[in-house]
Design a binder for this molecule. Sequence first.
Ligand code: FEO
Ligand code: CA
Ligand code: CA
Length: 738
Amino acid sequence: MNSNNTRASDIFNNEDSNTSKNQDFDAVLNLRLSRRNMLRGGVGAAGSVLLGGAGLAGLAGCATSGQGAMAANTPLSTLGFTPVAKSLADMVSVPAGYKAEVFYALGDPILAGAAAFKNDGSDTDFDKRAGDHHDGMEWFSLDANGKASTTHSARGLIAMNHEATTDEKLSSFFIHADGGTSTLPRKAAEVDKELMIHGLSVIEVATEGGKWRYKSASNFNRRVTTMSEAVIHGPARGSEHLITKYSTDGTKVRGTLNNCGTGKTPWGTYASGEENWFGYFTRDDKDDAKRGAKDKAVAALNRYGRRAGAASRHGWESAGSSDQYVRWNNGAIGASAKDDYRNEMNTFGYIVELDPYKPTQALRKRTALGRMGHENVTFAKPVVGQPVVGYMGDDSRGEYIYKFVSDALWIASDANADDKLAVGDKYLDKGTLFVAKFKADGTGEWLELSMKNPIVAFNPDFEFKSDADVAIFTRLAADAVGATKMDRPEWAGVNPRNGEVYITLTNNANRTLDGEFGVDAANPRVYKDMKGTKENGGNVNGHIIRLAQGKPADTSFKWDLYLTAAEAGADKGKINLSNLTDANDLSSPDGLVFSQATGICWIQTDDGAYTDVTNCMLMAAIPGNVGDGNKKTLTYKRSDGSEKAVDTYIGKTPTEATFKRFLVGPKGAEITGWCETPDGKAMFVNIQHPGENTKMADINNPANYESQWPANVGYGAGKRPRSATIVITKLDGGQIGS
Ligand code: FEO
Ligand code: CA
Ligand code: CA
């Protein structure tokens, strides 16, 4: 969700709750050094050596195994298509020689009992249909016998996130005949539909006669909604902070919510990030006083974006006295936590794991990976005898980048186990969480978040009693160690060529020259940009940072900025530092996934700043490596005439042979979610919230819709715009991007 946009949902996303005054880094480092001295018996152990290119190249030769370990089959050295021009057309544009077809949109029936989608607001049974706001997704092959496979490309399962809904005021207006109620109390019949269009879906897909379709009668098809039971796993299981009326022992929860980015585990399951879940809750303005000043839940609620009295996004709590509505009131309204939902918000904010091949198995919430506004998790190539490592961004302004390192060491046979969630228990329920600190000299450190770290355990601002507390109140632990406040960390991806980690930093309206969000080496730009007559400030267009480590579990890294997003016409000395041109300029990078088939890095945008010139887009990149560019000093002039200089590190300027635009989407849509068949010949992309700037008052006036996609390309009934999955193939049958 983009901060420069004017959509109603913005007030519930990108919350600005990181007001932490992180400790001075030298003090943090000294504490760390003394701790390591205690643990490891010498200062020398703290100075870990960074491996350069040779060390990383060596990694590729290590014994690797597992589904995430599939090396690039035919890594491309140049991109073989003609770039797509920027566009404001209400359509999907792809290069000459390619076709894009819609095949799975909001409301499409996937389970028995759902009728064809009428798309006029009268439809019900959304627990049997595609949800809304298609987001991250992953591919899981099926062989000819319908068994799990890692290689087949003609038949498979796609699991995807249904992040949110297109709103005005309280209502998800496109699914209600008259647009729905925009004042409290909400109508139960409307809320019942809205509860069901969130969550996940799994569909079986296949290509037959050159056409991709989903199979509406497949036994693999599944919907997970805000009401599906999920199980708490990892250190937070049974915590007092997870006790609710629904689960008085803190071990289970209903549903998953605001699922954004995804990852595929090395053992072939689906991992989904719960992102902007806090906005769905409300507690009354006396709730802090009711809980009492000593209740640390109050500090945590504020740090996680829910101050007392803040309104909820949809007003679901107002629809009646049934539990399914009351649970969205997270105030302390009962006699104890067992009598109300004061802790319900703590049951969201995790990475959740699903086995797409087992349609009746409950989701597991992997609390060891921390609680935050999770975008996605991406796993490093697993190496036999080494820990499993995952990278994650917390997407709000000024939040952090994290990594998880498992206790268990990788065993090759786990890649193909039948009970995949049991393998998930082994690698994801016990391990250590780290948060990134980026230093001005181009290096960085992963700082440990656990009770073993005295800065966390003895935090004077928030009492951590256990690793369960660290798992639930992760942001407060990260504040304590002095992590670097980033420009909204979105997707992370691992380059299959060299193991380097890429993270999109989509934009940050709060970045300033000085002060709490003052520019630093890793977030070095603050500038103005005009959108029509509106001036946007901060880091308007975002950037992509990347990290090189000797081994994924190392605590030191080297970093640079792969690219700075900008308009082609922006100042090349101060803003457009990557010298982008009309063929490859972009704003607000968000989705980022590397193809295992071709090595292409696919970058998607969710933009509101450059949308006066172009709709959101999908870029293709063949990046180099950390350190292939130059140091750059940015000099700013303050209003009092004094100067501030910031050193940063910019990757090698991309050429149009290695970075260009592949797709532009319809009006009002972001491009998000990406997966491919193992042969790299079919690529699936999600188009989220076309027409999101439509006014609810125009609900039955299609001529005024911002978008009529995909109805305007002949897909489905009605004219209301719908989030949808498209499949892209090359007309000559070749690999995408070649
Ligand atoms: Fe759901 Fe950070 O995008
Ligand atoms: Ca502009
Ligand atoms: Ca996103």
